[in-house]
Ligand binder design. Structure first.
Ligand code: HEC
Ligand code: HEC
Ligand code: HEC
Ligand code: HEC
Ligand code: HEC
Ligand code: HEC
Ligand code: HEC
Ligand code: HEC
Length: 424
């Protein structure tokens, strides 16, 4: 009896060692070769929690590729691979706006007019919009165009191959995308009092316990990967406001977004797209839910009254910005109506169309209208800055880069329109 169990025990031990040995051997193969082929990646991986926990190259990349000549056989893991071990973050991410980045990009007509390198190649719009689990059809489209990378968006905040939580908690993790032309949240926040306190604390000039809210505290609070704001990017919503002038201005803006038919005022098929990619909150309740979440965050430090007052000022500034923008849209629309501007072939209506971005002319550069580009900039750059700066507490962006530029745009549009009419 004793002999038998000793033998069985010894056998089990040997098998165990043998299996572990095989696994080690496979792993060693990747590492030994990649310490020469891509040493930086191996060093990053060795510095990661994954390394400590025994998560190997092959757990993410599979084992089909064996050497320099078959690297196309290495699997490039998508979000589902991460989700196998990180189910809760994966599920939260699926419910948030980041999950719609790639889909919303591809829903706009302008995307399909611009060079693929900027989209599927990930060096322009697609570099920031590589956010969200891609559908089978979207992946097929990428492959068909010859693009192999950009399969994962989890590595956008905790970059590979360190995959660090600490990095993702740093506001600089958001900087690459939330900056610049139409959404300079980085510039606004980093030079606001909230941001300057964060930098001071980070440099040890304020006590560790000093409060200094950063992007993640307000937008991914408690590590929740689901993100969404009340107004969103486009700064429109339904139902229309009660104030009759504001409601009328909103209708004008929705026409320029092509969401309402400029001739009949009825919703177009774009409204369905807006719903599908959650481009705007379409009920009072869904807007209020997000606004309440924001106020609850402010109340960790400020009084409720203080916080509400600040956010309501932003709403009221948006109303004033909408007045200027609607006036400008109406001037350009009247040039279309009177035949001074011609409807570009691809436009659905003889009316400005913001979803073509700077490609006014609907892709045909010869039909592009400079006047309409000024109008687009007024909407996309200056109107957005006017209210985004209220939310991110930046006086200079609110005035000089926002509101003041809108008044300049309006004057330019008025004068150019006048000139165009007098030449006609
Ligand atoms: C004998 C050397 C060797 C071994 C073994 C090896 N690799 Fe590679 N691998 C390479 C080289 C070299 C490249 C880069 C080829 C190039 O320059 O495009 C590469 C590329 C890759 C790529 C990038 C693929 C792409 O499309 O850009 C991944 C991922 C990868 N290896 C993972 C692994 C994993 C996981 C293992 C172990 C299962 C492994 N490698 C084993 C040499 C090796
Ligand atoms: C936790 C998952 C994970 C692990 C573990 C992992 N990788 Fe990766 N790796 C990724 C992701 C995600 C990408 C990006 C895929 C894409 O662009 O579609 C990637 C891309 C790559 C690439 C191609 C891109 C480039 O920068 O060249 C190489 C090479 C690579 N990994 C090598 C390795 C090696 C070697 C190891 C082990 C030391 C390893 N990976 C471990 C997730 C992982
Ligand atoms: C085979 C399982 C497995 C896979 C696949 C995997 N992880 Fe992990 N990951 C772990 C384990 C285990 C830990 C350590 C425990 C923890 O923090 O949850 C970890 C930790 C992490 C952390 C926290 C690191 C820190 O600094 O505390 C991040 C971020 C992370 N993984 C991201 C990813 C991403 C992104 C992918 C896909 C590219 C991925 N993981 C794929 C198992 C996995
Ligand atoms: C790789 C680029 C990228 C990075 C990095 C990134 N984001 Fe985003 N973010 C986007 C894109 C693209 C969208 C718009 C998604 C869509 O199309 O629905 C977005 C949307 C958002 C929204 C929703 C706005 C709305 O419409 O309501 C918030 C909030 C947000 N991001 C916060 C953050 C924070 C905080 C970080 C850093 C921890 C971060 N993002 C990092 C690209 C990025
Ligand atoms: C620098 C990174 C970056 C580039 C380049 C970029 N975007 Fe974005 N985009 C974002 C971020 C970040 C957001 C969310 C901003 C916000 O809510 O204020 C966004 C929002 C959007 C939205 C609205 C999504 C929503 O649901 O609210 C659309 C549509 C969009 N971008 C299309 C494009 C197109 C088309 C291009 C190229 C012509 C482009 N973007 C270039 C980062 C980028
Ligand atoms: C917009 C930036 C961003 C993106 C994209 C992102 N994360 Fe995170 N992730 C964070 C932040 C911030 C934290 C730290 C949260 C905290 O502890 O407050 C984090 C933490 C984590 C952790 C560590 C959790 C813990 O507490 O140990 C894991 C695991 C993780 N993320 C997985 C993922 C996966 C999987 C994806 C893709 C589905 C993903 N993340 C995409 C920002 C991001
Ligand atoms: C103190 C809290 C706070 C901080 C810190 C903060 N935000 Fe915001 N953010 C807000 C509020 C409030 C809104 C507007 C919510 C609404 O629509 O009612 C907002 C809106 C947004 C939006 C939607 C478009 C817009 O600007 O109105 C994005 C995207 C965004 N923030 C990203 C960021 C990024 C990236 C950072 C860091 C660089 C950051 N935020 C820092 C509170 C904050
Ligand atoms: C983690 C704590 C914290 C949170 C959360 C927070 N704040 Fe602050 N806030 C501060 C501190 C600290 C200051 C700097 C105090 C001062 O100006 O003397 C500040 C300053 C301000 C200022 C004055 C800025 C200036 O230029 O003088 C406003 C307005 C403000 N916060 C609004 C908000 C709003 C709105 C929210 C929620 C969306 C919010 N804060 C969330 C801590 C916080």
């Amino acid at each position: 009896m004793i002999n038998k169990s000793v033998i069985a025990g010894a056998l089990a031990l040997c098998t165990g060692i043998f299996v572990a040995g095989l696994a080690m051997a496979n792993e060693d193969v990747c590492i030994i070769c990649h310490e020469k082929a891509t040493p930086g990646h191996v060093a990053d991986w060795k510095a990661s929690k994954h390394f400590q926990e025994g998560i190997a190259c092959s757990d993410c990349h599979g084992e089909n590729h064996k050497g320099p000549n078959d690297s196309h056989l290495a699997r490039l893991p998508d979000e589902h691979t991460c989700g196998e071990c990180h189910e809760s973050q994966f599920n939260q991410f699926l419910k948030g706006k980041h999950n719609l980045g790639w889909t919303s990009l591809n829903a706009l007509p302008v995307t399909h007019l611009e060079p693929d390198e900027l989209m599927e190649g990930g060096r322009g719009c697609g570099g920031c919009h590589n956010m969200g689990v891609k559908s089978e059809a979207q992946i097929r489209e990428l492959r068909k165009k010859g693009y192999r990378y950009q399969n994962n968006s989890c590595d956008e905040c905790h970059t590979r191959h360190t995959f660090s939580k600490k990095e993702a908690l740093d506001p600089r993790a958001c900087q690459q995308c939330h900056m610049g032309y139409d959404h300079p949240q980085w510039e606004m926040w980093s030079s606001s009092k909230h941001g300057s306190r964060w930098f001071a604390r980070n440099d040890g000039r304020l006590p560790e316990s000093a409060s200094a809210p950063k992007c993640q505290d307000c937008h991914l609070a408690n590590g929740n990967h689901e993100n969404r704001t009340a107004w969103g990017f486009l700064g429109v919503r339904l139902p229309l406001p009660k104030d009759p002038q504001w409601a009328a201005d909103r209708v004008t803006i929705l026409k320029a977004l092509g969401i309402l038919n400029p001739e009949t005022g009825k919703p177009t098929e774009r409204l369905e797209m807006v719903r599908r990619v959650d481009l705007a909150r379409l009920t009072q309740g869904s807007w209020e839910k997000e606004r309440k979440k924001s106020i609850a965050t402010c109340k960790k430090c400020h009084s409720g009254h203080y916080a509400r007052t600040q956010l309501e000022m932003a709403d009221s500034m948006m109303r004033k910005a909408d007045r200027l923008l609607a006036e400008a849209i109406n001037i350009v629309a009247s040039l279309y109506r009177d035949g001074i501007l011609k409807k570009p072939d691809n436009y659905p209506f003889a009316y400005p169309d913001f979803f073509y971005f700077m490609r006014t002319g609907g892709g045909n550069l010869k039909q592009a209208s400079h006047l309409e580009q000024i109008l687009f900039e007024m909407y996309m750059k200056h109107r957005m800055r006017t209210y985004q700066a209220f939310f991110h507490l930046n006086p200079d962006y609110a005035y000089w880069y926002g509101w003041a530029m809108m008044t300049k745009d309006l004057a330019e549009i008025r004068e150019l329109a006048h000139m165009m009419r007098s030449i006609k």
